[in-house]
Each structure stands twice: as structure tokens, then as C-alpha cells.
Design a protein around this ligand. Structure first.
Ligand code: URA
Length: 275
């Protein structure tokens, strides 16, 4: 199975290969050069305009975004927490200190440390994952485990690099026990932190990695399969939805779709920069 998996990953050129190096360490083999043809371009109805600095949201941006017809999440499930007001004006250092000391939900009880986020604080690209896993909890940086290696390889495939015009954050900043999916109340309690990060970064484009991230950002029930290839918006910032790297490690058949999604995101960014 591992051989088959390696072969598929190699063929797709999307994911790194994982080799045990002893002591459970993994080594990433760089993705080979373009093997998989890019999917046909997705034509945006109209490219939203962004200004360089400051970057005000265009008033008509929402109209140019396709909104998925998804049923709303029950109000009590995604109710925004009142941490919001408390963090809405914070600068980076204070925000990160607040995240590190947060006890707004039960996840604080079992964390080793909170994981605020990492990267370029003026990035055009913001990638939002679900929540820290064991390695992230240990090291205090998002996506440093196996899923993170895959995310780095995915970024490389669209000429991006962690920390360079890219910021990586999570929907919840503390590790859910046993890496379970964060609950709606936990997502809601943590959301103001993500919202403040977005307000400070003002990315041109957000990529939601997996369902919890998408639901937190869009405040609605999301099915990834039905939402791919569409542009959503969070506070007038375009949002692209794709599969979570950890899911992709378990579901090889969806890797090509993730690659399409990244190409879609890249084309969207090109359009955003050109307009
Ligand atoms: N998965 C996530 O969603 N985030 C991380 O930081 C690590 C794994």
C-alpha cells in the first residue's frame, strides 16, 4: 500500500514522499517538475480589484463572487463569541500574547501551548487550517507535522513558500484532544483571533483547508466537494475552499482535485493582482 501510495504521489507531483529516517523522523523528497497538466482555467465573472496599501475592500466584490447554495449552520452552532470585541483592536504582539493565554474554551486545558500562526504578516496569501496537532502543540508553529510537509509541497507547486507572502493560521489555536475535529463552540470561541489576524494581514486571498476552516470563515455549513472551484468571500476577501492536507494523505483519489483547487487559487490571485 505504501509503495502504491508513493507511486501515486510521485506521479501526481503534488505531494512529497515520506521516508522514515529513524526516530520517526520523515524526510521530504521534493516534488518532481510539472507532470500533471494544469486543469482548464476557471473564468472569473469579474476580477475584483485590490489596492496595494492600504487595501480597502471593493464595495462590489461580493457581487462578483459566486456564493454556494449551502444550508446555514444552526445559529447556536456558529454563534460568534464575545472575545471579538476584546481583540478587535489588538496589535500583533498583544494578539499573540492573548492567544497564548486564552482560556475561552476547554481546549486550553490540555494544550502544551497555543499556536497563533506563522508567516508574512503582510502576505497576499492566507492559508487557514483546522487546528494544531501533536507536533504543532509541541513546537508552537502550525503545520509542522506530516500534513504540514504536504502543505509545504503544495505551496511549492504554486511557487509559494511558507513565510514568503504566505501566512498560515488555524481555525482553532489549541490542539483538540486526540486531533478530533474542533467543535462548533470551540471554532466560535477562537474565531475572533482569526478574524483579527485577517484584519491585520489583509490578505488578497484566503485558502480554507478543510471543512472546519471553511465553516469558520464562511459562517455556514460547507461541503468541500460541493464548494470547490467557487469563490466565496469573508468580509469581502475572496475565499477558495479545498481539502485539508491531512485528508489528502488518507484519500489519494482527491489529490488531483486539490491540485485543481490550487491552480484555481493561483489564477484567482493573478486576476486579483491584475485588476
Ligand atoms: N492540521 C491543521 O489543520 N493545522 C495544523 O497546524 C496542523 C495540522
Amino acid at each position: 500500500m505504501n509503495q502504491r501510495r508513493d507511486a501515486i504521489l510521485r506521479e501526481m507531483g503534488l505531494a512529497p514522499l515520506w521516508r522514515l529516517r529513524g526516530a520517526g523522523q520523515v524526510e521530504v523528497e521534493p516534488a518532481p517538475a510539472e507532470i500533471l497538466p494544469e486543469p482548464a482555467p476557471v473564468v472569473l465573472e469579474s476580477a475584483p480589484v485590490r489596492e496595494s496599501a492600504p487595501r480597502p475592500a471593493r464595495p462590489d466584490l461580493r457581487e462578483s463572487l459566486q456564493q454556494a447554495a449551502a444550508p446555514a449552520v444552526p445559529a447556536q452552532a456558529m454563534q460568534r463569541s464575545d472575545t471579538g470585541e476584546a481583540v478587535s483592536g489588538l496589535d500583533w504582539d498583544t494578539l499573540e500574547a492573548r492567544i497564548r493565554g486564552c482560556d475561552a474554551c476547554g481546549l486550553c486545558k490540555r494544550r502544551k501551548q497555543a499556536v497563533p500562526g506563522v508567516g508574512d504578516r503582510q502576505a497576499d496569501w492566507l492559508f487557514v487550517g483546522e487546528g494544531p496537532g501533536a507536533e504543532e502543540d509541541e513546537r508552537g508553529e502550525p503545520f509542522v507535522g506530516q500534513a504540514g510537509r504536504l502543505l509545504d509541497a503544495m505551496l511549492a507547486r504554486i511557487d509559494l513558500k511558507r513565510g514568503e507572502d504566505v501566512y498560515i493560521a488555524n481555525a482553532v489555536k489549541c490542539r483538540p484532544p486526540n486531533n478530533r475535529t474542533p467543535e462548533a463552540a470551540e471554532l466560535a470561541a477562537c474565531f475572533p483571533y482569526l478574524q483579527r489576524q485577517i484584519a491585520l494581514i489583509r490578505p488578497r486571498l484566503i485558502v480554507a483547508l478543510g471543512r472546519p476552516a471553511a465553516q469558520a470563515l464562511l459562517n455556514e455549513e460547507v461541503r468541500i466537494a460541493a464548494s470547490r472551484g467557487k469563490l466565496f468571500s469573508h468580509n469581502d476577501i475572496p475565499v477558495v475552499v479545498t481539502y485539508h492536507p491531512a485528508y489528502l494523505l488518507r484519500n489519494l483519489q482527491d489529490k488531483a482535485k486539490a491540485w485543481e483547487d490550487l491552480c484555481f487559487a493561483r489564477r484567482t490571485m493573478v486576476g486579483l493582482k491584475a485588476s
